[in-house]
Structure formats: structure tokens, C-alpha cells
Design a protein around this ligand. Structure first.
Ligand SMILES: [Zn+2]
Length: 311
């Protein structure tokens, strides 16, 4: 559907109001943009409360962020992040950046939202990886996002916030809302007990539906940097010391899903684990069998948690 610039301006004002009233930003935080059919972009200006904008506060820019009308305000200082998403994703026409408290809490704690815990989230949002910290308004921030943009519709940014994109403003905003809702549920699940991941077969079916519905291109599945897809080449590199390539005891895995006080026992055999979605092993009285790939994934996760504890 073709939208006029006027309609897009009005819609950005509406999305800004929702972002502010839902507490996803404070003061003049965050920014929103939408790409018009002619390739120009309407974006929020710098230093403005997203809940109190008028259509005339917004700025029309080209893809490089240059103002196309000199009388308009200056575009957001974080426009480069939007530009990078538009550059790498031709099908994307809207970007919403905010600091939603629950999602940003995960980003500050260095914990991605990348576990398959809710079917609707797998279906509509997909995995939300955590990108490394980059100084806002610099190329550092953009560079940290670039490798993730082709494969993900929402990202957490370490010690900063979140960004979501979509084919239009409603889709981008919905993903931000889903991200925040998911973060709340994931936090509550951690507080209540041990979050149970969806089985691998269920995740695979959901991803099939996601692809068929056009929510995700088939190319994106292999690039998902999360626990959804078992593709070693698509995962972030492991940081485990090779000398620790032994086994993980049961306490470590229990901690992975709860209070993050992980411990790795390099002498122990593999004890009953918390059965992540990818395990297809035989359960005995006290033992489970893991493939080398599964064991590496467990050790990597445990090591990450230990690093966070002592870091
Ligand atoms: Zn920000």
C-alpha cells in the first residue's frame, strides 16, 4: 500500500505517543523513522519527547540522513542506525528504537532474549540477540549491529536499549512491544522457576510457519544467532578454554536457567541436565547422552555465565 508523506508523519506521531505512554522511553530518548516509496525517509528529530510530537516536528531526509528541507529540525543523532537497517534490508520500511525497561534490563545484564520460550514469540518476533556495546551516535554502535541486521527483526544493544524494524510502522512497533512483553515473561519465569524451552521439533515447525507467512526469509534461518537453530556456523564463536572441554555438572545447567550462578566441573561426567530444546538423547537413571555439539553449547553457555559472574 502506498502511503503519502502526510500519512506517514501522522503515523510516526501516533507511534511516538504509544512508545512514550508505554514507558519504552523517557525524556527525549528513542527515535522512529519510516521510508517512503520514493526512498526518502521521515524521521524524528533530535532532542524531542516522543509523546509530544507534531507532524511538523518530523524531518524528511535522504538515505544518508541529509535534510531535504532546510527549514526542518535536525534528524536524530542515531539516524545512522536506521540508515544501516534500510541499507541492508530493502523490504524494511520502518524502524523503532527505544529503551524499554525490561528488554533493556536484559541488555544491561548481558543476557539476550534468544531462547525459544513462547510459541508466539518464535513465530512473530524470532530470536533477539544481544549486540556488543557501541557508543551511541557513533559508527561503533552501527558496526556492532551490522552483522545481525540481515537475519533479525529486533536486537538488544548492550547497556543501551533495543531496536525493531518491520515492513511498516505497525509491524516495527509491534515487534518492540512483543520484545518488551517477552522480556517481562522471561524475567517472571526466571523468578518463579526454571524456564522450559520449546522442544526442537516444535521450534522447527514454528519456523516453517514463520517462513511460509513471510515473517522471515528462508535465508534468515541459518543466520539466526540463537538457540533456535542448530547450525554451528551461524552461532557466535565459542569462548571456552579448550582445556575445559570436559563435562558440565547438573548444578551448572540448573543455574543457567535460573540465578546464573553457574559452575563447571571439568572432572565430572555429564549428569541429568535441564534438557534444552535440542537434546535428542536417551535418559537413563542418572546419565544422559549428549552429542559433541550439544556439549559444546552447554559449556559455552556455562562459561558465558561464569564470565558474567566474575566480570
Ligand atoms: Zn538510544
Amino acid at each position: 500500500m502506498i502511503h503519502t508523506e502526510r500519512e506517514i508523519r501522522s503515523h510516526i506521531v501516533e507511534i511516538g505517543r504509544r512508545v512514550y505512554e508505554n514507558g519504552y522511553v523517557a525524556a527525549s530518548d528513542g527515535n522512529i523513522s519510516a521510508r517512503l516509496d520514493d526512498g526518502t525517509i521521515v524521521t524524528t528529530p533530535t532532542m524531542i519527547c516522543k509523546g509530544r510530537m507534531n507532524e511538523s516536528d518530523l524531518v524528511l531526509v535522504d538515505l544518508d540522513g541529509n535534510k531535504l528541507r532546510k527549514e526542518e529540525r535536525h534528524p536524530s543523532s542515531e539516524f545512522a542506525m536506521h540508515r544501516e537497517i534500510y541499507r541492508l534490508r530493502p523490504e524494511i520500511h520502518a524502524v523503532v528504537h527505544a529503551h524499554p525497561p525490561f528488554g533493556t534490563g536484559f541488555a544491561v545484564a548481558n543476557v539476550p532474549l534468544d531462547k525459544p520460550l513462547l510459541s508466539e514469540v518464535v513465530l512473530t518476533l524470532g530470536c533477539v540477540p544481544l549486540t556488543s556495546y557501541g557508543t551511541p551516535s557513533t559508527n561503533e554502535l552501527v558496526d556492532s549491529l551490522t552483522p545481525f541486521i540481515p537475519y533479525h527483526d529486533a536486537l538488544l544493544m548492550a547497556n543501551h536499549g533495543a531496536v525493531a524494524c518491520g515492513a511498516d510502522l505497525e509491524a516495527a512497533y509491534a515487534r518492540m512491544e512483543t520484545l518488551e512483553h517477552f522480556a517481562k515473561i522471561a524475567l517472571i519465569a526466571r523468578l518463579v522457576g526454571q524456564p522450559q524451552e520449546l522442544p526442537a521439533e516444535a521450534v522447527s515447525k514454528l519456523l516453517d510457519v514463520r517462513e511460509k507467512a513471510g515473517y522471515m526469509s528462508p535465508d534468515a534461518r541459518g543466520g539466526q544467532m540463537c538457540g533456535y537453530v542448530q547450525n554451528e556456523t551461524a552461532r557466535p564463536p565459542a569462548t571456552v578454554n579448550p582445556s575445559a572441554s570436559a563435562n558440565v555438572n547438573t548444578n551448572a545447567m540448573a543455574s543457567v536457567n535460573t540465578n546464573a550462578t553457574a559452575s563447571v566441573n571439568t572432572n565430572a561426567t555429564v549428569s541429568p541436565c535441564s534438557c534444552t530444546a535440542t537434546h535428542a538423547h536417551t535418559h537413563g537413571e542418572d546419565m544422559v547422552t549428549l552429542t559433541k555439539q550439544e556439549l559444546n553449547a552447554l559449556i559455552t553457555e556455562a562459561a558465558r555465565l561464569i564470565a558474567r559472574e566474575i566480570g
